[in-house]
Design a binder for this molecule. Structure first.
Ligand SMILES: Nc1ncnc2c1ncn2[C@@H]1O[C@H](COP(=O)(O)OP(=O)(O)OP(=O)(O)O)[C@@H](O)[C@H]1O
Ligand SMILES: [Mg+2]
Length: 340
């Protein structure tokens, strides 16, 4: 069963600890200044936990974070009564209520209190990093869009792996694949968006060019300050062997591998002829659908040197090197049972 809350991050430092907790679509940043909890019952247990060090490092760095999370939970439950993401709209995650809490001693009876519940701001959760991209979009004749309030989070257990990327449900009940613009992955998102729009504008999706198809860009905010939050792609239904070439069950039907290599090669030829470089050839970026056909996905350009030498990243030569290594070396090695 899915936990109703999760520790999304944090760090126990020399003088303070901070923890990011998520319950439903509400975020809590909890800070504990160690000198403000000395001589308290909470502080005695907590500081003893921090003293459990090996070579100056905590044996389990998550333990203090969970300790603080559990301590705050009754307080957090009152501020965030909704404990699930299932069915909540993407808008609720983009404008997620965020509380800055602090645990500190009251100065009497060794007690502590949690302060900060009176004010709440609204900030994106799960490292979502929206941006204004209107100049980039201006060069395209039509860009389909959809509002975050019309996109519902479909499955909530992903949230605990720190992302809500994946299958989402639209107003009309249709399922789509959501990719978000995320902090420290802005360059990848912006590259992928540009390529998805080029593919759409040139009408490249066909039997010879099996690539992710943009359904719409996802926008949030009023017309004057509209931001792009992510993209929705048509959902590719996975084969019964698994979704991508990283799935071990996909390695055994070896008779299909030449077909997949051909389909990926044909696709990349069409892309190159249209001035588009895949830029991220790797086993996780070739999807096998329910009819056992291969698709090229992920235009983030995050080079994986197992497949493409770094000095060939985002070049035509690099794409061919990656395809050669994927189907000529990597996949045959997996089918022989060699470790990765
Ligand atoms: N259109 C789609 N339909 C169904 N599943 C998809 C689709 N696009 C991506 N996926 C699934 O999500 C995974 C990650 O997608 P993608 O590579 O585009 O994202 P990413 O954020 O760049 O991830 P990574 O860092 O793992 O490469 C894919 O390996 C695949 O399993
Ligand atoms: Mg990928």
């Amino acid at each position: 069963m899915t936990e109703p809350h999760s520790v999304q991050g944090g760090c126990a430092e020399q003088d303070k600890t901070w923890v990011m907790i998520m319950r439903g679509y509400t975020q809590f940043n909890v800070t504990v200044h160690h000198d403000k909890i000395t001589n308290t019952t909470f502080g005695t247990s907590y500081l003893a936990l921090l003293d459990k060090c090996e070579d100056g490092r905590l044996i389990d760095h998550m333990e203090p974070l969970h300790f603080i999370c559990e301590y705050c939970m009754p307080f957090i439950e009152k501020l965030a009564p909704v404990n699930s993401l299932r069915g909540c709209s993407l808008e609720e995650l983009v404008r997620s209520p965020t509380y800055e809490l602090e645990i500190l001693g009251t100065g009497s009876d060794g007690a502590v209190e949690i302060i900060g519940s009176e004010t709440c701001t609204f900030t994106p959760a799960f490292s979502i990093f929206p941006s204004r991209l209107h100049e980039q979009l201006a060069s395209y004749t039509s860009v389909p869009d959809i509002q975050t309030r019309d996109v519902a989070v479909h499955v909530d257990d992903r949230a605990h792996s720190g992302t809500v990327q994946g299958t989402v449900r639209l107003e009309a009940g249709k399922l789509k694949f959501l990719k978000l613009r995320m902090y420290v992955r802005e360059r990848e998102f912006d590259r992928e968006l540009r390529i998805l729009l080029n593919i759409r504008e040139r009408g490249l999706v066909s039997a010879e060019c099996r690539v992710s198809r943009l359904h719409a860009i996802v926008l949030s905010g009023s017309a004057e300050e509209e931001c792009i939050v992510g993209v929705l792609l048509d959902l590719i239904s996975p084969s019964s062997f698994g979704i991508d070439l990283l799935s071990p069950q996909i390695w055994s039907p070896t008779t299909l591998h030449p077909k997949w290599q051909q389909q990926v090669g044909d696709t990349v030829e069409v892309l190159h002829a249209n001035g588009i470089i895949w830029g991220d050839v790797n086993a996780g970026n070739v999807i096998i659908d329910e009819t056992l056909d291969a698709w090229v996905i992920d235009f983030g350009g995050n080079n994986n040197p197992v497949f493409v030498d770094n000095d060939k990243a985002e070049t035509i030569e690099g794409d061919w090197q990656g395809i050669g290594r994927l189907f000529g070396e990597w996949l045959p090695a997996r089918t022989k049972g060699e470790p990765q």
